[in-house]
Design a protein around this ligand. Sequence first.
Ligand code: COA
Length: 250
Amino acid sequence: MSDQIQTARDAGVLSILIDRPDKKNALTGDMYDALIAAFDEADADPSIGAVLVSGAGGCFTAGNDIGDFLASASASMADFLALRFIRRLAILDTPIVAAVEGVAVGVGTTMILHCDLVYAGPNALFRMPFVDLGLVPEAGSSLLIPQQVGLQKASELLLLGEAFDAAEAHRLGIINSVVPNADLLAFATDRARRLAAKPRNALAATRRLLRGDRDVLLERIDAEAQLFAKALRSDEAKSAFMAFMARSKK
Ligand code: COA
């Protein structure tokens, strides 16, 4: 279990804190493992009615750890904890709320597409820089983003990889509302508690209906992952990762 993923339970809510602020909460294999365990715990425990995800140190997450990307370029698909995390998130039965402050890059943006309620501080910054990194979209985002924002806007977000702020995310309907940073966690916690107080089976069934056919989503996640794994081994990706690592050392 990673100490960079902290969990706490209160009033029917399992709160998950991504806690690696010195690296902008970038996610490693151990952290994905701990997130999967937390989702398993939430779904298995009838006293948990909602999950709340947030990040420590004023940011949500800068996405997958880029050093891990470099190290895993030769790994097989089955080894990708990131993929297991996304597949687990996609079939979560417990409703999930996100509180997003600061950067939400890569999987930091794509994971919120699987969240039922998303609240962001005014300083939240979303970005899906997959193409710039020599990669392809993941977490079903190639399916979910066009569904949510339309094909033309999705093309800007995924091909140009442009960053967008909380106000734009709200306008696009990717988040529910923009909440001042000082109130964000309390606001999101209140929403999670409200969900947790509702009938558990009715909530789970309703969110399944809202989210459509899981098999279609899982199929897309796997199709993306095949391309992603191939892209990870490409020269385009390796040079992008090395450029980031070199920049980090300066
Ligand atoms: N993987 C590994 N380390 C990361 C990271 C990531 N995804 N994102 C940030 N970090 C590390 C930086 O290397 C730096 O470490 P250092 O202090 O040891 O040098 C530390 O976190 C702080 O990041 P820094 O870049 O100095 O902060 P910033 O506020 O200037 O910029 C970001 C924040 C998120 C815009 C920038 O860090 C970034 O672009 N990160 C990469 C995001 C990304 O491409 N993720 C993968 C998506 S698929």
